[in-house]
Design a protein around this ligand. Structure first.
Ligand SMILES: [Zn+2]
Ligand SMILES: [Zn+2]
Length: 305
């Protein structure tokens, strides 16, 4: 079952953001008001080595979280692990950070859901983390890393791991440090049975969500032979299924269908429904939607070999 068929409600979540408890500009209360006013449903505050526990409001569910450093094998590169819903306060190690596997296991043992942040920004190679047991996913998109260095898009990392059969989910986040300048650009739509911390964390553990910097995905229907996607008006919709395979529809003057058929268009010619053919032998499948401004949305893997 995909999140698009699952019972429950869609919650717009900011899952990576900093306050004055680490290197962010706003105090925790200010950050909560900021995301509340921006119309979000959920905020995970993820300060470096600080579990920030700020009260929820009527509109915004706040999930205490943290961002922890770890050493990625074997080069001992600095990896950042999001510990979403962490239940205890982390303690900065005195001498050096622990290996990635240890940090991920510690997060799991202490109620958190571990995601590896900004792998492209960190300069990590896929083989440094794909074997990490218990790692739930990565960030396919990190706005801060994109705005500062152009290294916010880790979809290539994600595809490499998926192609090798490693199931990983992927978040889209702001990683906001300067709310207003680097916030409200990316979010994760979580399909939760209810708006509680437990239900949101369950959805994050099981991939019941999709990330977006703009487009909305309304439905994804899967058969043995194809995938039908309905979404907000899109310039392209792509089925990623492995190297040299896949399907894509493109709108516009150079509109070019590859293993795809338009089902519906908006008045301006952008595509709102498409049927994408599943090619023979597919290691995995995931959908990406792009709008006319280049904003994107990413489903989690629909299947994996
Ligand atoms: Zn980081
Ligand atoms: Zn961060």
């Amino acid at each position: 079952m995909t999140p698009f068929d699952a019972p429950g409600e869609w919650l717009r979540c900011a899952l990576h953001a900093h306050t004055t408890n680490s290197d962010g500009d706003l105090a925790p209360g200010g950050l909560v008001r900021h995301y509340d006013w921006a119309g979000y449903d959920v905020l995970a505050i993820s300060d470096h080595w600080v579990r920030t526990d700020e009260p929820s409001t009527d509109g915004l569910l706040v999930i205490p979280s943290a961002e922890l450093n770890a050493l990625a094998p074997a080069r001992e590169d600095d990896a950042h692990v999001l510990a979403l819903g962490l239940a205890v306060d982390p303690v900065v190690p005195e001498i050096e950070f622990a290996p990635l596997q240890e940090v991920v296991s510690w997060v799991l043992a202490n109620g958190g859901v571990p995601y590896l942040a900004h792998t492209y920004w960190s300069g990590l190679r896929v083989d440094q983390w794909e074997a990490c047991e218990g790692l739930v996913g990565i960030e396919v998109w990190n706005t801060g890393c994109e705005l500062e260095l152009g290294r916010g898009d880790a979809s290539l990392h994600w595809d490499e791991a998926l192609e090798r059969g490693r199931l990983l989910y992927a978040l889209a986040t702001d990683d906001s440090h300067h709310p207003g300048y680097d916030s409200g650009f990316a979010w994760t739509w979580v399909r939760a049975r209810e708006k509680t911390q437990e239900a949101v964390l369950d959805a994050l553990r099981t991939g019941a969500f999709y990330g977006s910097t703009g487009p909305r995905i309304d439905s994804v229907e899967l058969t043995d032979g194809d995938v039908t996607v309905r979404c907000s008006p899109a310039a392209s919709i792509t089925l990623y299924t492995g190297r040299r395979r896949g399907a894509r529809i493109n709108a516009g003057r150079l509109g070019y269908p590859h293993n795809a058929q338009v089902l519906e268009r908006a008045d301006d010619g952008l595509i709102t429904a498409v049927r994408l053919e599943r090619p023979f032998r597919q290691p995995y499948g995931r959908i990406e939607v792009a709008d006319a401004n280049g904003n994107r949305a990413w489903t989690n893997p629909l299947w994996i070999a």
